[in-house]
Design a protein around this ligand. Structure first.
Ligand SMILES: C[S@@+](CC[C@H](N)C(=O)[O-])C[C@H]1O[C@@H](n2cnc3c(N)ncnc32)[C@H](O)[C@@H]1O
Length: 307
């Protein structure tokens, strides 16, 4: 089908009726929890036009039929990829990362060592192009090296020190619902302007320069496992000591935020910690977490009252 053309041969936007817009909003909401209310309607319309153009369709009802058909799964994925905001950076929100590394991680490592549990599980939920989970990997590696200096383990270390000193095992799971973001994250190559938050000591230790890009070194990459997870679903990774879910629920409405926070509670080990974005808060969403606030950094600890 030929898209609507104006007299100059340019395709003109397909105008959606209020009912069609509502239908699209609710499809997207049901699939991934993202809420496109009046403030973000324009963005939704704009991205829809792109998909219509790519598909060569000139009306919404054909597109809707495609989306909801068995063959429409791929198109739905493409539409959602167009709707996600993947903005991220290395060492984003430094005060919060200080709280994570210097206080919370330290406490968790001590508790784990006391009970001879040497596995640390961290989940970056909504990891975008990987800067967040790789930042966590670097911070954890540094913390463990420092921790090891002060708390010698009851056996000798190999001569060439591994990034994670044994017997510790660090598993960082990083997930997103954008395949494009996950592919970029796995590629682990970043250009200069993406390196803004990375100081020179980190660049030297954890990156290789490849042409004009920076590649994350293999030992750091190997700490991070990438996977597809849609946070709207119930099947999410369990038994995490720490979850970072930052700047994701900002795109959800309050009902969806409440559902997500309940699920994240279940995905944490008892007394585990949840970190949300700078502009996000659990206030009014739950009473299953207790807030820790220090030097401008905030974290939420799972409390054990069952609801
Ligand atoms: C703004 S980025 C945040 C990246 C990183 N957490 C940070 O704070 O820098 C939001 C990410 O959440 C992902 N996202 C949005 N809705 C999602 C959902 N329902 N399930 C999984 N990921 C989702 C998007 O694809 C995007 O990569």
């Amino acid at each position: 089908m030929i898209p609507n053309m104006d007299s100059f041969g340019f395709s003109s936007p397909v105008l959606l009726s209020a009912a069609e817009l509502k239908l699209l909003q609710s499809l997207v909401y049901q699939e991934c929890g993202m809420c496109f209310d009046e403030r973000r309607e324009h963005f939704l319309q704009d991205r829809l036009q792109r998909r219509l153009r790519i598909r060569g369709l000139d009306n919404f009802s054909s597109y809707y039929r495609l989306l909801t058909s068995p063959e429409g799964k791929q198109e739905f994925t493409a539409l959602l990829e167009n709707l996600t905001v993947n903005e991220t950076s290395f060492f984003r929100n430094k005060p919060q990362l200080e709280l994570f590394q210097k206080v919370i991680l330290e406490k968790i490592l001590q508790q784990k060592q006391a009970r001879r549990d040497w596995t640390l599980r961290v989940w970056s939920a909504g990891c975008s192009t990987g800067q967040e989970p790789y930042t966590l990997a670097m911070l954890i590696a540094e913390a463990l090296a420092y921790y090891y200096l002060r708390n010698p383990l009851p056996f000798s270390m190999p001569m060439t020190k591994p990034l994670i000193p044994p017997p510790w095992r660090v598993e960082i799971l990083a997930s997103d619902m954008s395949y494009a973001a996950l592919r970029a994250a796995q590629e682990a190559l970043y250009v200069e302007h993406q390196m803004e938050g990375v100081d020179y000591s980190y660049r030297l230790r954890y990156f290789d320069k490849v042409g004009d890009r920076y590649a994350i070194k293999s030992p750091v990459r190997e700490l991070v496992q990438f996977d597809f997870h849609n946070l709207k679903t119930e099947f999410l990774p369990q038994r995490n000591d720490i979850i970072f879910c930052r700047n994701v629920m900002i795109y959800f409405d309050e009902a969806e935020q409440k559902r997500l926070v309940k699920k994240l509670w279940r995905c944490l080990n008892p007394e585990g910690y949840l970190f949300v974005g700078h502009a996000e808060s659990l206030f009014g969403l739950t009473d299953q977490f207790q807030m820790t606030h220090l030097n401008n950094g905030t974290a939420y600890q799972r409390t054990e009252e069952t609801v």
